[in-house]
Every structure is written in structure tokens, then in C-alpha cells.
Design a protein around this ligand. Sequence first.
Ligand SMILES: [Zn+2]
Length: 304
Amino acid sequence: MTLKRLISFALIIMSLALWSCEKKGPDTSDKARLKGPRTTEKIRILTTIAPLYCFAKNIAGDTALVENLLPSGAGPHDFSLSPLDAKKVSEAHVLVINGVGLEAWLDKIIDSPGQRRADDGKLIVADTSIGIEIINKDPHIWLSLRNAIVQVRNIRDALIKADPLNRDIYSANTEAYIIRLNNLDREISDEIATWTKKEFVAYHSAFGYFARDYGLQQAAVIQEIPETEPSPRHIASVVETIKSKGIKSIFTETQALHKIITSLATDLGLKVYSLDTLEKGSPGREWYEERMRSNLAVLGEALK
Ligand SMILES: [Zn+2]
């Protein structure tokens, strides 16, 4: 073999080697770049109560998996955590809670925001009450549109922290949802401004924040402590309030006609209406707005 042929043979071998290296190396073609960053699995968001599920679903859309911990028929005041529930918490990336002591049943498994998850990652606990002015330790913050907007922003921040790649989606969805909530707030405010009566009696003290937002007054509540029978002395003071303020209507909750409400209504000639505290339900994306509008209509019948 002449030197010239030897050199050209070597060149062929080298170019063949280079070609094969290129083939085995990273694919930098446009097609590969279009795939974007390696698509990881969707993050799992676990919410505690129905309104938070609805908020999270509106923020996440289909970008993350959203699940509610409480089954549709269970209320948060007397809930107790099963081993399956604890497993769900351990598998979540973000746990969205109401806060203000509503989820005391989570205390034994959640002791710090840096809770370790089953796969050794950190669980992000989003306490949606952060930044909300709490009145009398009342946990029913979601029944105020203005509080709900703060809760929605807190959920957005937690989702972005857990899944920064989808920051733009979460931010855009949040802004669109907040526009809807602000519109609803104005709609309720304009409507209530036309009502002549401002005082009402509720079954349990859920509507304090709602009343504050729109200049209504929760004059009395039947159940001082949720899911606890009121004392005869408390009922006597409620009767006194109803009589002294000339209140003509009383609000019960979620279709359940409580015995005390029935007897008070009969004794005092009150009309009974049913309000939804939004503590139970299996929401779709419009659920929160629909239920708030429905409560407005019920209140309006009594207070207009
Ligand atoms: Zn409640």
C-alpha cells in the first residue's frame, strides 16, 4: 500500500468514526428541541375541602392532577383521617389546606412545611389562609370572595414552587379565574346594596366573612360550635335576639332541616331558608361561583 493510499484509507476510517459518534451523540435537531424539557409526570395536588379543590382545578387545569381528600359527603369539622388518606398525603407534591385550625385532623401527620414525602421529596403545604385577616378564629374564610382571591393566589404560588416549568400556565389561569371572582364579588355587592334588611340568623357561624364584605350582620348562630348541640341557655339568647331585632327568617344548611330550626321557626313564626356553606360537594370548575350565586339568591329572598 502506497503512503497516499494509506492516508486516504485512514481518512475514510476517521470520517466513519466521526459519523458514528455524531449518530450516537445527543440529538440536537429541531425535532428534538421541539420536545422541550424532558416531560416529567404531572405533579399531584391534594386539597382538603371542596372550595379549595375548585380553586386548584381552575389554576391547574389539566397541567397537574388535583384530588380532594374529603369525600363529597364529608364535612371538615368532624372528619377523621384514615390510613388511606394518610397515604394520599404522603404521595402528594402539594397539600392545599384551608388553615385557621379547620384541618386539625391533619396535625398528627403534618408537623412542618418541610414534611418529607414517601419518595423522599419535600411536601409543599400551602396554607391558603396566609395573608387573610382572621376574625374570631373563624375558619370559614372561603365564603368571602375577597378571601377566596387571596387563597387562589396562595395556591398558585405553591403550584409554581412545586412545578416551576409550568409557571406561565398557572399564572395565566389564576389571572383569568380572579377576573371571574372579582366580577362575582361586584355582582353580589351591587345586589346586596339594594336589600332593605341586613341582619340574619344562621345555623352555624359560617357567614361572618361574607356578612362583613357586604355590610350584612350575622345577628345570631344556632350552633356555637360546629357539629355540637347548642345549650338551652344559648338557644334562649338566640330567641331573645330574633325577637328584639324583629328577624323574620332563619337559615339552615344543605337541605338538612335541623330540629331546633323547625321548632324555632314554628314558635317564632320564622320562614326557613337553606344556605350552603360549601363544606361538602364534588365540584366542577364553576361550582364555587354557582354555589355563591345560589346563596345570594336564597339570602335575597329573605332580606330584600
Ligand atoms: Zn363550618
